[in-house]
Design a protein. Structure first.
Length: 371
């Protein structure tokens, strides 16, 4: 193998690829990136057996060939090379991969390509494309609510499925950790209608989110019973799906909450952030007292003191006090984009529904706390 390419091209590709590789691996080959030079392209591939990323870049290939070398080490070397330089990768006597750039030269240990695992996807039953910006919005608005509790593994991802609402076909994303629920939706591409409901794992969600940088590009999504594949430009990301049943989330979305609280989102978020400075790290509890067009946010922490702030709001129901985890409140308000936010409340012990005043695309459910 002998191939030459621009440092910036190789670095950009390696930055996508190396994120998949775990820092600590008990299987040596999984710490490596597969390099394959063929024709006028260099193809890079990395996997952790659950997730696989492949990217092809244009390069000057003198001799076809392939090998595998440590992914993070190669990335660090290329990252430290000067801007504008060219990088030549070659295998000469078979003792290692030679990397030469200007006056710098490195030799990296190799493992044979035959040892590198292939995440065979099988046949994909559904295939559709959509705007990167629209798909990224689904992920951005729901990702924070993914559970990190490994025992309930079926909550460790985003539930992606199609629904019909008022005659419109929608692609909906839902995530929950039992304390809060996030739901976002967008018009479904024609070929996505009828797709099975799938749970995309947390790591795959995080990686595809970083690939959706160009809002105007298209992302191609392919589905099988056990895997999902995303293609964005020259990058292909394949992931196993979570083999489990997502709970019936509609049962936890309250429908009878009749107390409407409308407030300015930015002012509310800033007030929550300020007052929660004194909240205990354990529960992050903050109390909301609503009465007569006024909201009072308060924290009372025996270890550090107390804090209180008042906000003018729109509220016409009877007075009530309710407590929330302040971090969860901020997570939700950070996903909202409109100026006004609506809280639909029932009582101090029931879940609260939060949504944007103007837009119906996203909704959030938050469980209260005792304060």
């Amino acid at each position: 193998m002998r191939v030459t390419l621009e440092r910036s091209t190789l670095l950009k590709s390696l930055s996508h690829i190396q994120r998949v590789v775990e820092r600590r691996n008990t299987i040596p080959i999984l710490a490596n990136v597969l390099l394959r030079a063929d024709g006028s392209q260099l193809t890079l591939k990395a996997t952790d057996l659950d997730l696989e990323v492949t990217e092809s870049v244009t390069a000057a290939v003198e001799v076809d060939g392939s090998t595998t070398v440590p992914a993070h080490m190669l990335y660090d070397i290329v990252r430290k090379l000067p801007d504008g330089s060219e990088v030549m990768l070659s295998i000469g006597d078979g003792t290692g991969l030679s990397l030469v750039s200007g006056r710098s030269s490195f030799r990296l240990q190799m493992l044979p390509e035959t040892d590198f695992p292939d995440l065979t996807a099988g046949a994909f039953t559904h295939d559709f494309s959509m705007n990167c910006g629209a798909f990224k919005a689904l992920i951005d608005r729901t990702q924070f609510a993914i559970s990190t509790e490994e025992t309930r593994y079926y909550l460790n991802g985003i539930y992606l499925h199609t629904v019909e609402e008022d005659g419109a076909k929608l692609l909906r994303a839902v995530a929950t950790d039992g304390h809060r629920l996030a739901q976002a939706q967008t018009p479904a591409p024609e070929s996505a209608v009828g797709m099975p409901g799938i749970i995309v794992p947390r790591k795959a969600v995080s990686e595809v989110q970083k690939l959706l940088e160009d809002q105007d590009e298209e992302v191609r999504i392919e589905l099988s019973d056990t895997k999902i594949r995303f293609s964005v430009g020259s990058v292909v990301l394949t992931s196993k799906l979570i083999d489990g049943t997502f709970p019936d989330y509609n049962r936890v979305i309250p429908t009878g909450n009749d107390k409407e609280l409308v407030l300015d989102r930015a002012s509310f978020a800033a007030a929550v952030d300020r007052v929660s400075t004194l909240a205990s790290d354990r529960g992050r509890a903050i109390k909301l007292s609503i009465d007569n067009q006024q909201l009072t946010l308060s924290v009372n922490n025996p270890d550090s003191g107390s804090a209180e702030e008042e906000l003018a709001v729109s509220y016409e129901a009877e007075a009530m006090d309710i407590g929330f985890n302040s971090k969860y409140l901020l997570d939700i308000t950070n996903q909202l984009s409109s100026d006004e936010t609506t809280f639909m409340l029932s009582d101090a012990g029931s879940p609260t529904l939060i949504r944007e005043k103007e837009q119906a695309g996203a909704l959030y459910v938050l469980m209260p706390m005792r304060v």
